[in-house]
Write a protein that binds this ligand. Sequence first.
Ligand code: ADP
Ligand code: PMV
Ligand code: MG
Length: 328
Amino acid sequence: MTRSSAPGKVYLFGEHAVVYGEPAVPCAIERRARVGVQRREDGKLRVHAEDLSLDGFTVEYGGGADGQPDVDVAESLVSAAMGYVDGAIEQVREVTGEEEVGFDVTIESDIPLGAGLGSSAAVVVAAIDAATRELGVTLEPTEIADRAFRTEYEVQDGQASRADTFCSATGGAVRVEGEDCGSIEAPDLPLVIGFDGGAGDTGELVAGVRRLREEYPFAADTVGAIGDVVRNGEDVLEAGDLEELGRLMNFNHGLLSALGVSSRSLDSMVWAARNAGAYGAKLTGAGGGGCIVALDPTDETETALSYTPGCEETFRAELADEGVKRLE
Ligand SMILES: Nc1ncnc2c1ncn2[C@@H]1O[C@H](COP(=O)(O)OP(=O)(O)O)[C@@H](O)[C@H]1O
Ligand SMILES: C[C@@](O)(CCOP(=O)(O)O)CC(=O)O
Ligand SMILES: [Mg+2]
């Protein structure tokens, strides 16, 4: 068994707009997905994902008579849930040249699913690293990031940026603009997360923004305005000015809201954080439901969020300096 872990992330700025070539700044956080992989001689792929919202299930497929998963839930649910792992293993087969190889894959994750903390990228990055090493191939984090991006790109129907996967593979704070990905310096950020217990469908939400952008020139301008906020934010981040950083995060949230990707519970949590004195707060990731990120060095935001209807969980997030990690 070969095991790897990879971190989730929050977006300080730039989600959605990054899909259209604007810059974005995600930061890796110490919540990880751990993936264990063991080679199988029969060419099948068997995935055990305890934490998946499908109630902990095991699927076996790839070598069966009809190639269908052997599991007693709707096919569409399984393919939605399995797309990322399946895609990661396809990348491993391609890069190692072992086209017929099978694996037992076990996934454990502290990252809520579909909540904007990048669980998909963390699972894909950790799976690619563990499975390639299981076959005796060690890839550089940038190569893992690239392969993981291709997986997200396919699962999200050709609508994905390199931001989540690069951030998860390399760790720390990163800046992504199109194919340009690099690490940046970030001060110690007092990140507080609020989670509404729900999830959004990344593919659907990205497609919704794309439609708006095609239909309304001012929606395209809104995407461009997010890019301007990010460009401003980069300088402010370098200067370590948390108050201004918070103001820009608030602005970024408003623009995302205009693009239709916020929700009632995300907005409630954002306002609870602001009223509690946070420097700023915004949704993180694809939106539709899931998590917000706020900046607050005091306990006020966490306390306020714990009393906010619609907020199921709140916690402080530490920046993860390390990206993909090789375990034992
Ligand atoms: N613990 C896990 N086990 C198996 N698959 C997972 C796990 N966590 C996430 N995934 C995959 O990632 C998908 C969620 O990704 P996505 O919709 O992009 O949201 P996010 O990346 O914000 O968490 C899940 O539907 C599933 O396919
Ligand atoms: C909306 C988007 O910018 C970020 C999605 O983040 P997440 O999967 O919700 O964590 C899509 C992308 O960059 O691929
Ligand atoms: Mg994702």
